[in-house]
Write a protein that binds this ligand. Structure first.
Ligand code: ACO
Length: 363
């Protein structure tokens, strides 16, 4: 048995390929390097879902239809009551998505892409005592997310940075949440059920829950000079350094560099964030050196969550929302994988090895 199913091949997919030795990510035939900065979120939606929920609409039509869907699901934001508001943002998002109908068609898929953006931003505003901002259907998905969050039309650079983020994290092989999505899809339960399972898998700190703690770590370290001592003490306490290590990558996660590039463009003129990136680079260098010395046989490098934390912070998402923003971007991958599994796969039903006690034999 492979604990954690490491190296077990559980699906064939045409959607994405993670080359862990070379540090390369291919999304439906296109290298991540050729997507980030060139493709919009809507382009990647078309790329990933085409042929799986019928023929994908073109970019202009997708902007229009996603805008309509955001307006449609906004009605559910009224269901956020005091009890739901006590929950973390990603749990509020999940509760509202559970109200949506199940289905397998393009309409269901687009509703599921729209919903996390609308529900997360509404929850964040309500949590800080502000009214939710209604979607503006004519805006692109990224522009409207920022408009719903901040109640003003965002700057072009901010939209470009969020687009780069959503494109970068759109799909990533058979990670835990995508596998969860495929397991549910293999029972033919429908796309909404698959996405709900995937969000539940994503929220754990070993998967999509890491970027908030990355910022906590940077805040605690405060200055580059403190990095080595702070990191050494954390490892001595048996803690893991958030934003480092990956099940598949044995070299640098290519998504980290894509996000670092987007962050640099966004903060070119902002001294507050420039200090932050200098601190982050110092922490990264120090962590890599310490991890290498402590685990010489296990290559541990920076992962996507490290620069996600800085980028989303610069876009003024509160840190408790980072997992939810991840879900906004990854839903397209979950939907595409769920459809691929439902169309081409069989019921996923592995076996376990029983290691418990045997029944007592009669004397
Ligand atoms: N800090 C310190 N040590 C680490 C780290 C880390 N970030 N990651 C792995 N290690 C160590 C483990 O303690 C283990 O040491 P041991 O063999 O002495 O017990 C060894 O490296 C191997 O670790 P595993 O847990 O077997 O590696 P796995 O492939 O299961 O873990 C994971 C991958 C969960 C991402 C891990 O590296 C981790 O916990 N990282 C921190 C959390 C994080 O950044 N998560 C986001 C991942 S990216 C994503 O999901 C979108």
């Amino acid at each position: 048995m492979k604990n954690g199913l490491e190296d077990v091949v559980a699906a064939e997919t045409q959607l994405s390929h993670v080359n862990g030795e070379a540090g390369e990510l291919i999304i439906r035939g296109v290298s991540l390097d050729h997507l980030v900065g060139y493709a919009s979120y809507e382009d990647v939606v078309a790329l990933l879902v085409d042929g799986l929920v019928g023929t994908a609409p073109d970019r202009t039509e997708l902007v229009r239809r996603l805008g309509q869907k955001r307006a449609e699901v906004f009605a559910h934001a009224g269901a956020i009551d005091d009890a739901l508001l006590e929950l973390p943002p990603v749990d509020i998002m999940r509760a509202l998505i559970a109200r949506l109908p199940d289905g397998d068609d393009l309409d269901t898929a687009l509703r599921l892409l729209a919903a996390p953006a609308v529900f997360l931003t509404a929850a964040l505003r309500l949590k800080r005592g502000e009214s939710p901002v209604a979607p503006r259907p004519s805006l692109s998905h990224s522009a409207d997310i920022l408009a719903m969050l901040g109640a003003k039309v965002p700057m072009r650079q901010e939209v470009a940075a969020l687009d780069a983020y959503l494109v970068t994290i759109s799909d990533h092989g058979l990670n835990a949440s995508t596998f969860a999505s495929r397991v549910v899809a293999s029972t033919k339960a429908g796309l909404t059920s698959s996405v709900l399972a995937a969000i539940s898998a994503l929220k754990g700190p070993l998967h999509g829950g890491a970027p908030g703690p990355v910022l906590d770590m940077l805040d605690a370290i405060e200055t580059p000079e403190n990095a080595e001592t702070w990191l050494t003490r954390a490892l001595d306490r048996g803690e893991r350094l958030m934003g480092f290590g990956h099940r598949v990558y044995r070299v640098r996660d290519p998504r980290a560099d894509a996000l670092k590039g987007a962050l640099r463009q966004l903060i070119a003129a902002d001294p507050v964030n420039r200090d932050r990136i200098q601190l982050a680079e110092a922490v990264e260098q120090s962590a890599l050196a310490i991890l290498k010395a402590r685990k010489p046989d296990r290559p541990l490098d920076v992962n996507v969550e490290f620069y996600t934390a800085l980028l989303l912070d610069a876009l003024k998402f509160p840190r408790e929302a980072f997992t939810g923003v991840f879900a906004i971007g990854r839903t397209v991958g979950w939907v595409a994988h769920a459809r691929e599994q439902a169309l081409e796969g069989r019921l996923i039903r592995p076996r376990s090895i029983y290691v418990g006690p045997l029944p007592q034999q009669a004397a």
